[in-house]
Design a protein around this ligand. Sequence first.
Ligand code: ADP
Ligand code: MG
Length: 604
Amino acid sequence: MSRIKLLSDDLINQIAAGEIVERPASALKELVENSLDANARTIEVFLQNGGKSKIVIQDDGEGIDKSDLHMAVQRHATSKLHDDNLFNIKSYGFRGEALPSIASVSCFSLESRGFGINVNFSEESDIFPSSIDNGTRVSIQNLFGRTPARLKFLKSDTVELTACLNVIENIALIRPNVNFSLRTDEKQILSFSKASLDERVSKIFGSALLKKAIPFEEKGEHISVSGYLFHPLDNRYSQHFQRIFINGRIVKDKAVSLALKNAYKELIPAGRFAVALIFIEIDPFHLDANISPTKSEVRFRDNVSVQKFLTDAFRKNIHKFDKISNEFEIIRIAEKQASENDTPVEKPKIYQGSHPSFNIADFSRIADKSAVTARQNADFSEKVAITEGALALAIREEDVHEKSIEPLFSPDTTYISIYGKPLAQIFNSYIITEVDDGILIIDQHAVHEKITQNKIINNLTKDNKQYLLKPEIIGLNNSEQEIAKNLLASLDECGFSAEIIQNTIMVTAIPSILKLEEALQFIHDILASDEPIRDIETLDMIRKRIADKACHNSIRFGRKLSIEEMNEILKQMEETPSIHQCNHHRPSFFKISKSQLEKMMQRG
Ligand code: ADP
Ligand code: MG
């Protein structure tokens, strides 16, 4: 008896759905792309519970004829492949899989030109009359209602909503001439009316960032690239703000990310990422867009030459930042002089005590100034970059100006630590101490960093706030607003006070251990995190991240220490948990025992 049977259509659809529909956002992406393929000019989206309970999308595109409604929900049925040539695809869709896949895992309905069809977990209804006669309306309810295993993988409503927002934002970037709106039961979350690319970019990335960005366009033989390279000092914690489009599709592409990384290499500290908006147009013959069911990855026929073309194109344009940097340099010097003259321009205006009353009527006035704040932030990030980039130089300078350096700690000369009695310092980097049965060699930089980190973490509590004289306003794009909402409670626990007003976050207090610039930079960074980080962000992680950042800014390498200072470090080592391992998981000290020494000297 034969045991091998063909799978039922329903099962085939469900398997395909597993590949295409991971979460509400991926279903939404397919539907928006269908609307664009139908030449829609206005696309309205409605979501309930981040799309988990309901997604409705209404467009004003060409629509579907009554006679095609049934075909539209069949597998491998498409109106978009005309000549059986997979290398000449001009539409988003071509596999004819999205609708049947979504319809196999939800209560689905498709309405157009006065008629509609329902598909309830693959079960098709008869065609029914509908009030929708202009464009097409698709509705998905109860997504994964019959596949609890998949349902389990969905995240909180806010996270799913954020993912949907990202989908719309990305598509809106490639189609600025289309109106998009997105609303939930509670409110209108996003509304983009038809605009120029510049206006769209400004709406999504923020006008402060856009002002310093370099728009560019370069042409090659079968390929051209255009877009915006953002200022190196506006770098972010994650790659989330590198939006890459190839032939109109948003993709994740290693070749392009690598080209960006190479081009910005000298300008951005390790572990940070440039913000960039990249549109690549390539002859479809030189691209395989069909390597993943969601079409989120592509393959270039000639990866090496594409990568070279892109790196050259990015480099050539990044050079233009030199001019802008000079401008920054002048502002920086001017500010430095101002602060030396003791005018309060650069110093954060901070006072300890209760929060001053803040009149909401002042808000719009302050919001107007937010461009200025953004500029100050940029200047700050520039300083960080300069500090990080020029660290090696600074170390040498510190050696020269030893006497003018403040002590690391105020020393307590009477204490003898369990980490021994300091004997000497070598290479301006290691402390040698004598303990009962041997010697310790201590990496002063590693332990100092750990001590600082621990102090900062312990200090990041609700009780250690410093209120700002003037609230700081940071502009938020849509997805940032969602992240910000999620983080408010944790930020409060760490010593921030912030609230969201319209499309901004207003910071009224910051942890007392941080400088204003550090605190604001942190908020920028955490808002730019991409999904996985958002999701697991806990209070501990936030504390650790703030501490890492603050430590990074406070590191001193190669610093000559007095015996008193060494003693103080040893004492503080005792108060620091896990001091044996530095923040980068390397040992921070090691011991040579007396018996090891004797063996080496062949005395044993
Ligand atoms: P594909 O997009 O790969 O063709 P889909 O399953 O997404 O496959 O859609 C099947 C067909 O349904 C499309 O080829 C198109 O003809 C029709 N269709 C789907 N959505 C729309 C829409 N919003 N407007 C007009 N036609 C649509
Ligand atoms: Mg489609």
